[in-house]
Write a protein that binds this ligand. Structure first.
Ligand code: PLP
Length: 418
């Protein structure tokens, strides 16, 4: 459909549109849907980067020396020389890929080593790798929960948790965002089921707010429930040793299951995992569909994540430097008159309210060499448009100060500041 080699052997011919009424009808429908997305102002375009991921970027077609404030590269490990070297070594020693799922001929010693390292990092019994955290979230609920069980999910949980829950047959309860009264009411209602699992993001990526895990764990204890957290925006940097939200809030022994990503703070390549009790991990290896039916993680990706974890287990200096820079940005922006949502998290949403304002300000920031992204409805609620700034350990103090100066100028120009 729309592709093909044009009949030349081995050559790449021009794309050929499939003929036939059904293909034509589909094309018309898709074009109309695309038009609707453009009309609704929710079209997401992709800016092309012509350099490595890092605090300073070169954009394709010009724009060098852009300061980047929109990656999940919280610790700057995506381009860390030791991480890159580890990837190259793994690539050379273990090859480009496995051409297999794990249980056929896709398990190498480095996969087992990384799983062991992840479990040790989180102080859990075992861990299992996936191609992404999206897959880890897609694979866990269906494997674990049956129609006799219940899952209670924060209404603002990540799309992959929502999709994972959709795939399972458990009874579903959605509680209001971080609302402990509502969670308690739902837990009471869910007492009739065999098993209850509370599922929450550890840190929420749109607001930079952190789940009240202490209270969640207390309620879970009171109503005999398990706790699951998605730590994509916490692993590697929240808590005194970067173990995550459970360490930050002193509940490492109360959270049963953690899903997280290797694609953000831990080297930024790709991959996800579940870590928790050994029988659960054993069961996932037998039953979890994205694990059973998808290719093994490529060795280079395993090499990156493994080195990133080594660096973090050696020292928490990188995480501390990121925390200091976050503090610098948050306090300077607040002093300048902006409202920054969340607290102490490197996701720093600059709250603006109006969608157009967020969009024109983000554009004007780029004209000043600062790359940030505006978010508006439907990604965030109506009237809560914002520019999300993400701080990294590899930003210099000067980068942060330039960002604050640009915000102040642009904010005054567009009426966001007096
Ligand atoms: N969970 C959360 C909270 C996320 O923010 C993301 C990524 O955006 C994911 C899961 C998916 O992670 P991955 O990119 O590893 O699939």
């Amino acid at each position: 459909w729309g592709g093909g080699a044009g009949g030349e052997q081995g050559g790449a011919g021009a794309p050929r549109a499939a003929s036939g009424a059904a293909a034509a009808q589909l094309r018309r429908r898709l074009e109309s849907e695309l038009e609707d997305i453009r009309g609704a102002g929710t079209w997401k375009s992709e800016r092309v980067i012509a350099s490595r991921q890092g605090p300073h970027l070169r954009l394709a077609g010009g724009g060098a020396g852009i300061i980047n404030f929109c990656a999940n590269n919280y610790l700057g490990l995506s381009s860390h020389p030791e991480v890159i070297r580890a990837a190259v070594e793994a690539l050379e020693k273990f090859g480009a890929g496995l051409s297999s799922v794990r249980f056929i001929c896709g398990t190498q010693s480095i996969h087992k080593d990384l799983e062991e390292k992840i479990a040790r990092f989180h102080q859990r019994e075992d861990a299992i790798l996936y191609a992404s955290c999206f897959d880890a979230n897609a694979g866990i609920f269906e494997a674990l929960l049956t129609p006799e069980d219940a899952v209670l999910s924060d209404e603002l949980n990540h799309a992959s948790i929502i999709d994972g829950i959709r795939l399972c047959k458990a009874n579903k309860y959605r509680y209001k965002h971080m609302d402990m009264q509502d969670l308690e009411a739902k837990l009471k209602e869910a007492q009739k089921h065999r098993l209850r699992l509370v599922a929450t993001d550890g840190a929420f990526s749109m607001d930079g707010d952190i789940a009240p895990l202490r209270e969640i764990c207390q309620l879970a204890q009171k109503y005999d429930a398990l706790v699951f957290i998605d730590e994509c925006h916490a692993t590697g940097f929240l808590g005194p040793n970067g173990r995550g939200t459970d360490e930050l809030l002193g509940v490492m022994d109360k959270v049963t299951i953690i899903n997280s990503t290797l694609g953000k703070a831990l080297g930024g390549a790709a991959g996800g995992y579940t870590t928790g009790p050994k029988p659960l991990i054993d069961l996932l290896r037998q039953r979890s569909r994205p694990y059973l039916f998808s290719n093994s993680l490529p060795p280079a990706v395993v090499g990156c994540a493994s080195k990133a974890l080594d660096l973090l287990m050696e020292s928490n200096a990188i995480a501390q430097s990121m925390a200091a820079k976050t503090q610098r940005f948050r306090s300077k922006m607040t002093a300048a008159g902006f409202t920054i949502s969340g607290k102490d998290h490197p996701i720093c949403p600059v709250m603006l309210g109006d969608a157009r304002l967020a969009s024109v300000m983000a554009e004007d920031m780029l004209n000043r060499g600062i790359y940030v992204i505006g978010f508006s409805y439907p990604v965030v609620p109506k009237g809560k448009a914002r520019i999300r700034v993400q701080i990294s350990a590899v930003h210099s103090d000067e980068d942060i100060d330039r960002c604050v100066e640009a915000f102040t100028e642009v904010g005054r120009k567009h009426g966001a500041l007096p």
